[in-house]
Each structure stands twice: as structure tokens, then as C-alpha cells.
Write a protein that binds this ligand. Structure first.
Ligand code: ATP
Ligand code: MG
Length: 426
């Protein structure tokens, strides 16, 4: 008899179902499916249908059935929680006729998450340990609900948690550990290049010649530009049988980008700006101190997100009022009076003040108008002054940032970190 056990059928057509009644209201949009689509596309898997279902067994079952008829990969997200309205697991098990049974390892992992925080696990959380027969459990380091991978031979079904911070890392792992093997023996390698100081369209225009070259190279590289708040990201990816060759090609592509964009490239390995700044400080053995007004501690918060930041950050001072700027940082009241609290002179005095008081090598001052009130014709909402003093260098910039209060504040923190980076990179 012929051997019918060849490689598993490649997965080519995918469907996505986002589960959650809040996604059917005007208050909440489904962004998870965009992430999922991106991850699948990068593997060469096309998304042919998407749906949103509320937390309702009958509706969800109907959507799952109709999708399963049309796709060979079905990805569901959300509704894996412990409460009665989290129905995804049960509905999928029922539609696929895979009975649910409690998985001891998952139950222990969920219980441990509670125990680690000194809490008793509510009984209902054991629902999250129910696993359909034949499913592979996808660990969730960021939450209690594990994901599930169900291989149906010619098709596959994936269940992912709803909260984006849990879904994103799990999606990455599913792509690498399960889906990559189902795309015909090819792997996918990715690189994220972080860029500041340019708009999306300027970046795109500058990189145009590179795109053309990459598209016709031996190892084809695809590039996607994403505009994020205060930075542009260039996502590079390559697919092929040989991971070493792919990595080599992506290294060269990242160097190409650096050659074109110069110091506007802050990272070629996915590190965020705060981590890049941290590494530069460690490299010099320098300390940084931050004096913040409109950002209210956001710059310090971002710096301390990086593990090991105690090696270079000792002081973060929030001096919101004029009185605080004088008392905590020694900014002369006459300077605030004559130049205004949002001015390059005051930012400079804040940076110098915090540096002197902390004994750090690098001082940062940020002062601005986050809005929505407080703007004037001369200094509209979004006006932010940033000063960085590092060794003998003093750099001061005034920015005109756009957007809501939170956007202005975040971009101000980004600008402050970016000035530090550029100064430290010489
Ligand atoms: P889990 O599977 O982890 O239990 P859940 O659906 O039970 O997820 P919810 O409490 O409903 O969890 O959602 C958690 C958070 O994730 C909420 O803020 C919710 O709005 C968000 N979320 C759920 N689905 C999506 C989605 N498709 N896009 C964006 N955000 C989502
Ligand atoms: Mg939900």
C-alpha cells in the first residue's frame, strides 16, 4: 500500500474570528486581527475572511462552522477567560467534537500564578485548564489563559487570548513553532529597524531604491513601514529554507538602511529607544538624571522599564509647578518670569539643575504644554522644550508636537530620549 504520510498539508487560506461582545459596540475596535493578519501574511498565508462574534455560544458556533468550511487555518482570539461569558474554548471543542478534559499542568500553572501573588485561586479559573482532546497547550507567560493549537491534519485551529499583551508574544511563538513548519519547509526571519527624526513618507521615499534592490535579490526581502508614535518602524522579513542565509541577508539590508538614513536609525534589532539609551550609558559608564514637567515622570518611567536601569538612572524629578522647578532644581524665578516656564532657557536650567544635584554625567530637562488648555499663539499646545546636557555638550530643542495630551506627552518623552541618544552617539 502506498505510504500516505507525507509532510503535512501546507496552510494557505486563513480565517480569523475575534470574540468579544465589546467588539460589537462602537467603543472598542478589533485590533488583534490586524496583528494576526500581519503574522500570517509574513508566512505567506493569506487571510480570506474575518468575523467578529459576541460572547454568545450559538452565534460563535455558527461563525466557527461557516469559517471552517472555507479555510484551512482558523485563528480565534478572545473569550478564553474564566467567566461564564468566555465561551470560545467550549464552542470550538463542541464544533470539532473534541471533548474537554482538565489538563493538570495548565491547572498547576494557573494556580501558581495566583499563589505567586499570595492569592487563592477562584474555582472558576480551572475552566482555563480545560483542553480539547488532541490540542497542544500554548503557554501564556503574561496571563492565566493558555492558548490552544489544534492540528486537524489538513487544517488547523488556533485559540489565542484577547488581551493584546498576551496575544502578541503567543502569536509570535505559534508562527515560529507551529505555522512556519506548515508553509512548505520554509522559515521566516524578521528584523525591526527603529527610526526617528523622519516622517513615514520621507523614510519611504529615501528607502525606495533599496526596496527595488531587495525585491530582486537572491534572498528576497520584504519591507513594511509602520508609523508609531514618535518613531517609524521598518519591518524587514525574508523567507527561505536556510535561516543562516536569511539572517545574513537581513543584516546586510539593515546596514543598507543605516547607510541611507544615518543617525536617524536608532536600532536594528528591535530594541526600543529607552533600551538603546541605556546601553549607550552603560557603554560609557555614565549616569543620567531627568527633570520633567509636562511628561510628569514618563521619561524616567520609560528608562526604568529596562531591566538593569539602576546601573545608570539614579534621579528622576517631577517639577510640575514653577515653585517646584525653583525648589527642586534651582531654576531662578526671574528666568521663569522672563522666558516662561515652557522655554529653552528653563529646560536648560532644569537639565543643569538635576545634573548638578544628582552628580550624574547626563542631565535632561523637559517642559511643555501638553494641552488641551494652556496654549497661546506664540506657544501653542504641543510646544515642548527639551534640553540635554552631557559632559561638555549642551543641546536644546523646541518641538511642535501634534495630537491629544497623551500623544504630546509620549512624543515629548520620545524626543528627550532621542536627543540623549544622538548626543551619546556623538
Ligand atoms: P482571554 O482570552 O484572555 O480571556 P477575554 O476575551 O476573555 O480574553 P476580555 O476581558 O474580554 O478577555 O478582554 C481583555 C482585553 O482584551 C479587553 O481590554 C479587550 O477589549 C481586549 N481585546 C479582546 N479582544 C480584542 C481584539 N480583538 N482586539 C483588541 N483588543 C481586544
Ligand atoms: Mg472577551
Amino acid at each position: 500500500m502506498a505510504d500516505l504520510t507525507g509532510p503535512p498539508a501546507p496552510l494557505e487560506r486563513a480565517g480569523i474570528i475575534a470574540v468579544g461582545s465589546e467588539l460589537l459596540t462602537p467603543l472598542k475596535s478589533d485590533t488583534n486581527s490586524l496583528r494576526i493578519t500581519d503574522a500570517l501574511n509574513q508566512l505567506g498565508i493569506e487571510v480570506v475572511a474575518k468575523a467578529i462574534a459576541g460572547d454568545d455560544r450559538r452565534e460563535l458556533a455558527a461563525v466557527v462552522r461557516s469559517m471552517l468550511d472555507r479555510v484551512d487555518l482558523l485563528v480565534l482570539c478572545g473569550g478564553l477567560g474564566p467567566t461564564d461569558d468566555d465561551v470560545t474554548r467550549e464552542v470550538v471543542a463542541e464544533v470539532l467534537d473534541r471533548p474537554l478534559a482538565e489538563d493538570g499542568d495548565v491547572a498547576a500553572a494557573v494556580a501558581k500564578r495566583f499563589a505567586d501573588r499570595g492569592l487563592e485561586m477562584p474555582r472558576i479559573n480551572l475552566r482555563q485548564a480545560l483542553v480539547p482532546a488532541g490540542a497542544v497547550v500554548l503557554p501564556n507567560p503574561k496571563g492565566t489563559a493558555p492558548g490552544l493549537w489544534l492540528d486537524l491534519g489538513d487544517r488547523a485551529v488556533v485559540l489565542l487570548p484577547g488581551p493584546p499583551r498576551e496575544l502578541i508574544p503567543m502569536l509570535q511563538r505559534v508562527a515560529e513553532e507551529h505555522l512556519a513548519a506548515r508553509t512548505g519547509g520554509r522559515t521566516l526571519v524578521r528584523r525591526i529597524v527603529g527610526i526617528t527624526g523622519r516622517t513615514e513618507s520621507h523614510t519611504d521615499e529615501a528607502l525606495g531604491p533599496l526596496y527595488a534592490r531587495w525585491a530582486s535579490a537572491d534572498v528576497r526581502i520584504s519591507a513594511t513601514i509602520l508609523a508609531a508614535l514618535g518613531q517609524i518602524e521598518l519591518h524587514l522579513s525574508a523567507r527561505g529554507p536556510d535561516a543562516g542565509a536569511l539572517n545574513g541577508a537581513l543584516d546586510r539590508a539593515a546596514s543598507d538602511v543605516q547607510a541611507v538614513l544615518g543617525a536617524d536609525v536608532f536600532s536594528v534589532d528591535g530594541r526600543g529607544l529607552e533600551a538603546v539609551v541605556g546601553d549607550l550609558l552603560v557603554g560609557r559608564g555614565w549616569w543620567i538624571a531627568v527633570a520633567e514637567s509636562c511628561t510628569g515622570g514618563l521619561v524616567a518611567e520609560r528608562l526604568t522599564r529596562v531591566p538593569g536601569s539602576s546601573r545608570y538612572l539614579g534621579h528622576g524629578i517631577v517639577a510640575y509647578s514653577n515653585a517646584a522647578k525653583t525648589a527642586l532644581l534651582g531654576v531662578p524665578p526671574a528666568l521663569i518670569e522672563s522666558k516662561g516656564a515652557v522655554s529653552e532657557d528653563v529646560a536648560r536650567a532644569m537639565a543643569l539643575g538635576v545634573r548638578e544635584r544628582s552628580g550624574a554625567e547626563v542631565g535632561v530637562g523637559v517642559t511643555g504644554i501638553a494641552g488641551p488648555g494652556g496654549g497661546t499663539t506664540a506657544k501653542p499646545v504641543g510646544t515642548v522644550a527639551v534640553a540635554v546636557v552631557a559632559g561638555p555638550i549642551l543641546r536644546v530643542r523646541t518641538l511642535r508636537l501634534m495630537g491629544e495630551r497623551e500623544h504630546v506627552r509620549y512624543q515629548a518623552s520620545q524626543a528627550a530620549l532621542d536627543v540623549v541618544r544622538r548626543v551619546l552617539q556623538g
